[in-house]
Design a protein around this ligand. Structure first.
Ligand code: 6GU
Length: 229
């Protein structure tokens, strides 16, 4: 998979050299290219923003540098992702869909956002998704893009050592949150690991874990609880 990122802060993405994403790049599963939007400006000040038509606070990202950048970067099969708190919610399902694509391009806006005509232009020419991480506001798309890239990259076939560790996680299995997990020692600061996990009764362990998943989901994310539990 090829991932292109367009940003005015390329340094945000230096950490992609490490961790799982870094390994995927080394192994040739991922080709990540970070681009500085200002490379597509032509004035002395490398201007990327201007005041909003209609008035209001803040600045808007000008369409011209985005147009030149995206014309150069987007291949025919690319999905353009525009991180925005005004977008559809990013989910594990979306991550699974995006992991099947050959090219993802992230247009990271700063300030109040990118001139709408950029989104309209590329929506008319290809696939564009305005995507939000959740109901809170970040200063720009960079941190959101990083989260999405990590969520997608670990789902690329061949990425994670044990594919089972992908299925048993929160949001993958039945839509319930993950159950609590423990390792040695069996007692730590007078806190014992639940007996059932030490017994080797795999049926009992599975039942306990499912019960814990349901309880956690009820407590933290009642909106996710399926009708049948
Ligand atoms: Cl994708 N962008 C920004 N700027 N803020 C956000 C977000 C995205 N998702 C949640 N908050």
């Amino acid at each position: 998979m090829r991932i292109d990122i367009v940003t005015i802060f390329p340094a945000f993405f230096d950490v992609l050299d490490v961790s799982l994403v870094g390994k995927a790049r080394e192994r040739g599963l991922l080709d990540v290219r970070v681009h500085d939007l200002r490379d597509w400006t032509h004035d002395r000040h490398r201007t990327v923003d201007d005041t909003p038509y209609g008035g209001g606070a803040g600045m808007v990202m000008k369409p011209e540098p985005w147009g030149e950048a995206l014309d150069e970067i987007l291949g025919d099969d690319a999905v353009l992702i525009v991180p925005s708190p005004a977008g559809e919610r990013f989910t594990q399902k979306m991550a699974r869909e995006l992991a099947q694509e050959s090219q993802l391009a992230f247009a990271c806006g700063r300030y109040e956002g990118i001139d709408q005509r950029v989104i309209d232009e590329y929506s008319a020419r290809g696939r564009v998704r305005l995507v939000s991480l959740g109901d809170y506001v970040l200063n720009g798309g960079e941190v959101a893009a990083m989260a999405m890239i990590e969520a997608v990259a670990r789902l690329i076939p061949g990425m994670v050592g044990n594919p089972e560790s992908l299925v048993e996680e929160s949001h993958e299995d039945e839509g319930l949150l993950e159950y609590p997990i423990y390792t040695k020692p069996a007692v730590w600061r007078d806190r014992a690991v639940p007996d059932v996990l030490l017994g080797g009764n795999h049926g009992a362990i599975a039942a306990w874990r499912r019960e814990q998943s349901i309880e956690r989901t009820r407590r933290h994310r009642p909106d996710l609880l399926p009708d049948e539990v």
